[in-house]
Write a protein that binds this ligand. Structure first.
Ligand code: DQA
Length: 143
């Protein structure tokens, strides 16, 4: 099974971006963790990051058309992008929403996820380990 691991804006700056909130692992570390976990779980991953809402939506269309499960960190789009939400709603395969931090424990504007109502499940607050658990969930759900 090919799983698309899709990351939204500013996540390429992991490691140097507010490390007290997001941890010291870099984006390359995150991509490596995803590949290692996928190999262990019998999955293949394509790990991508974009700062562009349009590009992210294109990748979600690709998942919908290809029947690929998705691990999605929409980053700030989480809180306001109905376009990302509508694109996710077209995907029939499992979609796991992930966050490094626990948005529910942060500023009020992060308490709302417009994506949560259309995903299979959400894993948040575990740092890069959120992605590992999300991939293991996809493995279980697609078995
Ligand atoms: C995030 C949480 C969002 O609120 C924030 O805008 C991000 C990262 C996380 O992974 O913790 O960019 O999605």
């Amino acid at each position: 099974t090919l799983v698309l691991v899709l990351n939204g804006p500013n996540l390429s700056r992991l490691g140097k971006r507010e490390p007290e909130v997001y941890g010291t692992s870099t984006y390359d570390d995150l991509a490596r963790l995803c590949r290692t976990t996928a190999a262990e779980a019998g999955l293949t991953v394509d790990v991508r990051q974009t700062d562009s809402e349009a590009e992210l939506i294109g990748w979600l269309h690709e998942a919908a058309d290809g029947g690929h499960p998705v691990v999605l960190n929409p980053a700030a789009f989480t809180h306001y992008s109905y376009a990302v939400r509508d694109a996710v709603a077209m995907i029939k395969a499992p979609v796991i929403e992930v966050h490094l931090s626990n948005p529910g424990a942060r500023e009020a504007f992060r308490h709302i996820s417009v994506v949560t109502p259309v995903v299979t499940g959400t894993i948040a607050g575990l740092g890069v380990e959120s992605y590992r658990h999300a991939l293991l969930a996809v493995a279980t759900l697609t078995r």
